[in-house]
Design a protein around this ligand. Structure first.
Ligand code: ZN
Ligand code: ZN
Length: 201
């Protein structure tokens, strides 16, 4: 079974009642004739109507249809549900869905609409057009994000102790998101420098 199908199955199996019925509603919204199977026509109509143009094609339908029955069954649609909800990215070099590890431009990744992502082949073979040249894989970015959020929390707590007044605490909360990204970018650039100095490769 493909990795994304496995992930979706794991989430669905362990989900609470409300999340499961959300999944069921999603399925029903695509299943136009209500016969419990999604045809390519129902699939394309739904995907185009909802702006998922990159996935509105036969190869993607076939990818979801792991059972090869020609109609998507419930769990196959849950994979689609997961792909959409998790905001999975497509490679900006070759347009393939990024299923596993991918690389993100450190200058652009904090801005979700403008983020620039590549599969390892496109990065290795420089098959892309982009003004920036610094990329990090999603695991390193995640690890850095954890560190930054922890440091940010600590700083916020220290500030709150210093400025015990309620109004100051509110101002800090509003600013914290922006600060997280600013600090994150700095630490990602630092990590990238360390990596490029690394002699393992
Ligand atoms: Zn690619
Ligand atoms: Zn960039």
């Amino acid at each position: 079974m493909d990795e994304l199908h496995k992930i979706a199955r794991a989430y669905y199996t362990t989900a609470d009642k409300e999340s499961k019925s959300q999944g069921r509603r999603f399925f029903n919204s695509i299943d136009h004739d209500g016969n419990r199977g999604i045809t390519i026509q129902e699939y394309l109509a739904y995907m185009k109507r909802n702006g998922h143009t990159k996935m509105a094609n036969r190869p993607f339908f076939d990818y979801l249809n792991e059972s090869r029955t020609g109609e998507l069954e419930f769990m196959e649609v849950m994979t689609l549900f997961y792909i959409i909800k998790s905001g999975r990215k497509f490679c900006d070099g070759c347009d393939v869905l990024l299923k596993g590890t991918f690389f993100s431009c450190t200058d652009c990744f904090a801005d979700d609409d403008e983020s620039f992502n590549l599969c390892s082949e496109c990065l290795t073979e420089s098959k892309y057009v982009h003004p920036h040249r610094q990329f990090l894989d999603n695991y390193i970015i995640l690890e850095n994000m954890k560190k930054v959020i922890a440091a940010e929390k600590e700083e916020q707590m220290n500030n709150q102790v210093q400025n015990a007044g309620a109004s100051n605490a509110i101002v800090l909360n509003n600013q914290s998101r922006l600060t997280v990204f600013a600090t994150l970018l700095q630490s990602v650039v630092a990590a990238a420098t360390t990596l490029s100095n690394c002699t393992i490769m």
